[in-house]
Design a protein around this ligand. Structure first.
Ligand code: NDP
Length: 445
């Protein structure tokens, strides 16, 4: 790494002790910024990088709530408002027991560059709580969401901070939070949250956007190599929002998805995952993926199995951070995998990324490949601002255009900075320069 950048990295480690995921996200960006520092040395003089690594604001608060038996629970919630140089803070809320400040900061940091890459007027932020939604009743989820919003509402606004969903936060949770915001403020402000229901300010395609976008990005990477998704065997980790719609679009484009998973195990179905079954189990019944076997006797379930051991042409990690390590990457390469696109945020470890890059397979990092979700959130904000609602087809075309453009920008930036075909370099540098230029123009902020 460039010596100046290494010095700044040491400072980041020192100022943010124990936040290993945040360190990892920062390191991944720094490792690609050397050529930018050489081309634009004045960015170092005005300490743009140090400023980008320090969130503008971090909010940590208590969320007390009562379960159905009357017992009181106390969770901790976070909102990290990372950077607003390009627009209001934008980024999801995650409910998962693993959530702590380091996870929210890694996600917020990535979000800053991702949002810049979309070319839309959105800054970066992220939030969440260590609340575990698994096994909770609807009314417990509602009470938790209401309690969280009772504090969070004062920090939101269509021109200030606009959260959305992430792991553990879907349409149901967004509904409960929006309802509480409206109740407290006595204002119907559609623009304060995205991922809303279609009847009350949501956008068509938002639910599908991250998964669809990741597959559109895969299609562009393959096109750049004279190939396509037609008849490719695809493996998708996870079976949540991103995974489900990645499977749907992959099937639509002629690929066959043979496996998906949840944190308990994997389902392998060689004739193709039946998406209606997955949607029923996960979106309606909220059960474990193992229930798939009740509907398809010819599928197999491997408790605790590793999805990356299954031979495939294309791998789409769509579950969580660091779910694909160096060993998994070597297995994928050995089995002939030609493309990996990250629907999840930072799912591949640094060692895994190195393996993919050495093997020169098409590797699309999350910052670029999963940006379709936030881009469609920005489209939802546009519709809310103009009190309009667009058709599914029109919105999907907008999403696809955005993904084609992100691919093009990453591809061309990687070439310009001497790393052709390296989408990590392309995404980091393109996003960084957009944010840095805006910050420079606004003076010392
Ligand atoms: P969901 O909660 O809908 O689904 C998450 C899926 O990943 C579930 O199948 C879950 O299994 C699995 N999973 C979660 N944590 C773990 C873990 N620690 N180990 C193994 N499996 C795990 O979340 P999303 O689909 O919304 O998000 C998935 C990823 O995509 C995340 O990295 C998120 O940050 C990223 N992302 C999401 C966007 C969105 O629009 N929703 C936008 C951009 C990125 P189980 O149910 O067993 O926990």
């Amino acid at each position: 790494m460039d010596q100046k950048l290494d010095g700044i990295y040491q400072e980041v480690l020192h100022r943010n002790p124990g936040e290993v995921e945040f360190h990892q996200a920062v390191l991944e960006v720094f490792e690609t910024l050397g050529p930018v520092m050489a081309k634009y040395p004045h960015f170092a003089d005005i300490k743009i990088i140090q400023r980008i690594c320090e969130p503008e604001r971090q909010i940590i608060f208590r969320v007390p709530w009562q379960d159905d038996t009357g017992e009181i629970h106390i969770n901790r919630a976070f909102r990290v408002e990372f950077n607003s140089a390009l627009g209001p803070y934008k980024g999801g809320l995650r409910f998962h027991p693993s959530v702590y400040l380091g996870i929210i900061k890694f996600l917020g940091f990535e979000q800053v560059f991702k949002n810049a890459l979309t070319g839309m007027p959105i800054g970066g932020g992220k939030g969440g709580s260590d609340f575990d939604p698994k096994g909770k009743s609807d009314s417990e989820i509602m009470r938790f969401c209401q309690s969280l919003m009772t504090e969070l509402y004062r920090h939101l606004g269509e021109h200030t901070d606009v959260p959305a969903g992430d792991i553990g936060v879907g349409g149901r949770e967004i509904g409960y939070m929006f309802g509480q915001y409206k109740r407290i403020t006595n204002r119907y402000e559609s623009g304060i949250l995205t991922g809303k229901g279609l009847e009350w300010g949501g956008s068509l395609v938002r639910t599908e956007a991250t998964g669809y976008g990741a597959v559109f990005f895969t299609q562009e990477m393959l096109k750049a190599r004279g190939d396509s998704l037609e008849d490719k065997k695809v493996v998708v980790s996870g079976s949540g929002n991103v995974a489900i719609y990645a499977i749907e679009k992959a099937h639509e484009l002629g690929a066959i998805v043979i496996a998906c998973s949840d944190s308990s195990g994997i389902i392998v179905h060689e004739k193709g995952i039946d998406l209606d079954t997955v949607k029923r189990i996960k979106e309606v019944e909220r059960r474990r993926i193992s229930a798939y076997l009740e509907f398809h006797k010819d599928a197999r379930y491997v408790e605790g199995g590793n999805i990356w051991d299954i031979p495939c042409d294309v791998a789409l990690p769509c579950a969580t951070q660091n779910e694909l390590n160096g060993k998994d990457a070597r297995t994928l390469v050995k089995n002939g995998c030609i493309a990996v696109a990250e629907g999840a945020n930072m799912p591949t470890t640094p060692e895994g990324i190195q393996v993919f890059q050495d093997a020169k397979l098409a590797y699309g990092p999350g910052k670029a490949a999963n940006a379709g979700g936030v881009a469609t959130s920005a489209l939802e904000m546009q519709q809310n601002a103009s009190r309009d609602s667009w058709s599914f087809d029109y919105t999907q075309v907008r999403l696809q255009d955005i993904m084609i453009n992100i691919h093009k920008n990453c591809f061309e930036t990687a070439e310009e900075f001497g790393s052709p075909g390296n989408y990590v370099v392309g995404a980091n540098i393109n996003g960084f320069i957009r944010v840095a230029r805006a910050m420079e123009a606004m003076g010392l902020i």
